[in-house]
Design a protein around this ligand. Structure first.
Ligand code: GLU
Length: 491
């Protein structure tokens, strides 16, 4: 079987983790089987539609490196892939169902429906929803009223007294009493716009979708969709409703739990590899003991048998672990390139937005090994490297003083440290460490006590990225200047 699946978002908001997970599983499923993955925009709800959300969708998936084989931006055999460009089709198919007696025109006005709703509410009626009043109109009467220009919708005839059965690839056999389906739902509105259900079913059929992998919240719509497929005489696709994604508190993942939109993750300095890797594990497992997967490795391994029924819990800590891992794995040039926008925004090289000159760019790249192991997010990089690009304030004298020591001793050690800068700048880490250790020993001081005042003078803080690497980047002249400034203050 040639598998064809799709991601069918409604562009009414920013792309979030849940949507990306759905898209990714569809992508992986298609890739794992040599099938095709389609993007379809379900923009029938024009009131909540915004072009900016479409752009956000394109940006998000371009950033993640997840590409579709057919879609609004690249076309394909079933174009257009935007539902607002397909309204004539939906009208035609709704009419076809009505002509076949599987759907019918309903002329009830919004006011009449509202009155009905209130009456039932007052009477505490068990039945809710539409009372199927127009279902019994004769075709002639309906035709006459239509011809007279009376406003109407088209409703699907839900077979009464039956049970709709279908198989979900994850959840198994599902039986849904038709009585529990919203009575004869509208499929075409009075303005000729389709409802989600009609457009979704018609498109999945016309686009040759073989598998519908979607969020579990759509499960209650599926019996209705199955009825519609059968009403058309079409074979329904296979359904697979994906495990829910929850926050740690067991509630559906939302903004309350932390970043949810991909934009926000990007702004905070997550890497696409980390997000993809982590999201691919939300409700699926591939290989015992293996945590790290490239997109290709996931594509090779994915299958519906890898999904689990249990809801997935979104763990920000675990995602952070992945992010730190992928940051560590970057080479210096790549990491510097990724961190640069954050550095510009932070004003690392002057006023915010100021680009580095060649020397500063080189220093920035050379500084990457200093922080690679110390950050979880790109956003953290500029603040960690601030001291390399602007002279830090000289801290209070107390900061320079090693434990159980005093100011004169600290000054003496700092002077000793100063004398070591030249040689240290020309040595690698191991060489510098050996050399400084030896000098400390000769002076009868502990290595830590020698390093501490030096670190405070050079970086403005007792905690900093590795000092020898910092000295190599600062260079001898700037290092000595900083030490001299500190000494002047201390003395
Ligand atoms: N447009 C629906 C959504 O926004 C699609 C549901 C489906 O995949 O069928 O999630």
């Amino acid at each position: 079987m040639n598998i064809k699946d799709r991601y069918a978002p409604s562009p009414t908001g920013l792309q979030h983790i849940g949507g990306v997970r759905t898209a990714l599983f569809n992508y992986l499923f298609a890739r794992s089987s040599g099938g095709r993955f389609i993007l379809r925009l379900e923009d029938t709800d024009r009131t909540r539609f915004d072009e900016a959300f479409v752009q956000n969708l394109y940006d998000t998936f371009a950033w993640l490196g997840v590409h579709w084989d057919e879609g609004p931006d690249i076309g394909g055999p079933a174009a257009p892939y935007v539902q607002s460009g397909r309204f004539d089709l939906y009208k035609k198919y709704a009419q076809e169902l009505a002509d076949a007696g599987r759907a019918y025109c309903c002329f009830c006005s919004a006011e009449a429906l509202e009155t009905l709703r209130k009456e039932r509410e007052q009477a505490h009626a068990r039945e809710t929803g539409y009372d199927r009043r127009c279902r019994s109109l004769s075709p002639e009467e309906a035709a006459d009223r239509k011809a007279a220009g009376e406003s109407h919708v088209i409703r699907l005839k839900i077979p009464l007294g039956e049970t709709t059965r279908f198989r979900d690839r994850l959840l198994g056999d599902i039986a849904w009493k038709n009585g529990d389906i919203n009575p004869d739902p509208v499929i075409l509105k009075s303005d000729g716009f389709p409802t989600y259900h009609l457009a979704n079913v018609v498109d999945d059929h016309l686009m040759g979708i073989t598998h519908v992998l979607r969020a579990q919240e759509w499960l209650p719509s599926t019996p209705l969709h199955v009825i519609m497929y059968r009403s058309f005489g079409w074979e329904p696709p296979e359904f697979c409703h994906l495990p829910m994604v929850m926050g740690q508190d067991g509630k559906k993942l939302s903004k309350r739990h932390g970043a949810a939109s991909i934009d926000e993750f990007r702004r905070q300095g997550y890497l696409p590899e980390a997000l993809l890797n982590y999201v691919a594990l939300l409700g699926a497992s591939y290989e015992e003991g293996k945590d790290i997967y490239t997109l290709q490795e996931l594509s090779d391994r994915f299958g519906l048998d890898k999904l689990s029924k249990a809801p997935a819990v979104f763990d920000y800590k675990k995602l952070e672990w992945y992010n730190a891992y992928y940051i560590r794995m970057k080479d210096n040039e790549a990491l510097a390139r990724l961190a640069l926008p954050f550095a510009l925004e932070k004003g690392l090289f002057g006023a915010p937005g100021t680009s580095p000159d060649e020397d500063r760019q080189a220093a920035f790249t050379k500084a990457m090994p200093l922080i690679k192991e110390r950050v979880s997010f790109l956003r953290e990089i500029p603040e960690k490297l601030q001291y390399l690009f602007s002279d830090p304030q000289v801290p209070a004298a107390a900061e320079f003083i090693p434990k159980k020591s005093d100011l004169p001793k600290a000054i003496e050690l700092l002077k000793l440290g100063r004398s070591l800068i030249g040689p240290v700048a020309g040595l690698d880490d191991a060489g510098a460490e050996g050399f400084v250790k030896q000098q400390a020993e000769n002076a009868g001081a502990k290595l830590g006590d020698l390093m501490m005042p030096l670190r405070v003078a050079l970086t403005g803080s007792r905690v900093s990225p590795p000092l020898f690497g910092s000295i190599r980047i600062l260079g001898v002249k700037r290092s000595l200047e900083r030490i001299d400034r500190a000494l002047a203050e201390l003395e």
